[in-house]
Design a protein around this ligand. Structure first.
Ligand SMILES: [Zn+2]
Length: 282
């Protein structure tokens, strides 16, 4: 089983996770920029983080045979902090980098006017850079949040087939697919979506334009949830081709719209700017 995890925060994960993901079949992933779990206090903190997503993290992934790409943005939560908003002005110089395959994650957290402004501005940045967009839908008031998100997308210059709506569930899947956008589902250990509910959604809505991710980060999460969905699909009677479409071909087709996916992993360099993942010298 070949797996592309289209949304995972590897910065928060260990090298053991990389090994386990490779062993489970993960060969490519996309790491969206997001918040740290505590507020950043200046744009400089974002820039160091963006540089890590462009340099150190792909280097780490390559040690385990996994192709690493990222999406960059001012995340919805920190769009509300005036100290962080100047990040929007600096994004254009990051969005031209080779391994940036979308603008994201953007969208709504608490649906504030500041979030409206940041979402619209970053959809425009995606259009200007001919990149797709990864749009997070809120965890609270999901359907109202989705509708407000779709209104802003319709008013943007980005066409729906270039938008991936993420963190969907049973209440939002139909309207998301009807909009023409791609539909992403984050599978968590014991909250929100799980494997069985994902199977039920795939039975009703099929496998077109549907992506599954682990959204693993520093919180309670599981970087092998993509594989677990693949296994659950097979156990539920889906074929190998269905699994391959959801876990590989759909994310490749979506992020491939950037023109920047590089799925082959070259033999890794032993050092990144003089540093290795080995400790104590070897
Ligand atoms: Zn995320």
């Amino acid at each position: 089983m070949r797996i592309f995890d289209p949304h995972i925060h590897m910065t928060s994960r260990t090298t053991d996770d990389y090994q386990a993901m490779y062993d489970a079949g993960v060969r490519a992933l996309v790491e969206p920029s997001f918040w740290l779990g505590q507020p950043r206090t200046s744009p400089a903190s974002f820039f160091d983080y963006f540089d890590a997503l462009l340099g150190w993290e792909p280097f780490r992934a390559a040690q385990y045979g996994i192709a690493h790409h990222c999406t960059l943005a001012l995340n919805p939560k920190e769009a509300n902090d005036p100290r962080c908003v100047p990040v929007l002005d600096a994004l254009p110089r990051y969005l031209v980098k080779d391994s940036v395959v979308a603008v994201g994650e953007i969208g709504y957290d608490s649906m504030t006017p500041a979030e409206d402004t940041a979402l619209a501005a970053q959809l425009q940045l995606a259009a200007d850079h001919e990149l797709p967009a990864l749009v997070h839908t809120p965890h609270r008031d999901k359907l109202a949040g989705l509708h407000r998100t779709l209104d802003v997308i319709r008013e943007s210059h980005l066409s729906p087939e270039r938008v991936l709506l993420d963190h969907l569930n049973e209440t939002t899947v139909k309207d998301a697919l009807d909009s023409g956008c791609w539909a992403g589902f984050s599978i968590y250990p014991d909250t929100k979506m799980d494997e069985d509910r994902m199977i039920a959604i795939l039975r009703i809505h099929g496998t077109e334009r549907i992506l599954v991710n682990s959204a693993a980060d520093w919180g309670r999460s599981d970087p092998l949830k993509t594989r677990k969905v693949g296994d659950a699909m097979l156990a539920a009677g889906f074929g190998d081709d269905d699994v391959d479409q959801v876990l590989w071909r759909n994310p490749v087709a979506f992020y491939g719209q950037s023109g920047r996916l590089q799925l082959g992993v070259a033999a890794p360099d032993p050092l990144h700017e003089g540093n290795s993942i080995l400790r104590g010298g070897e």
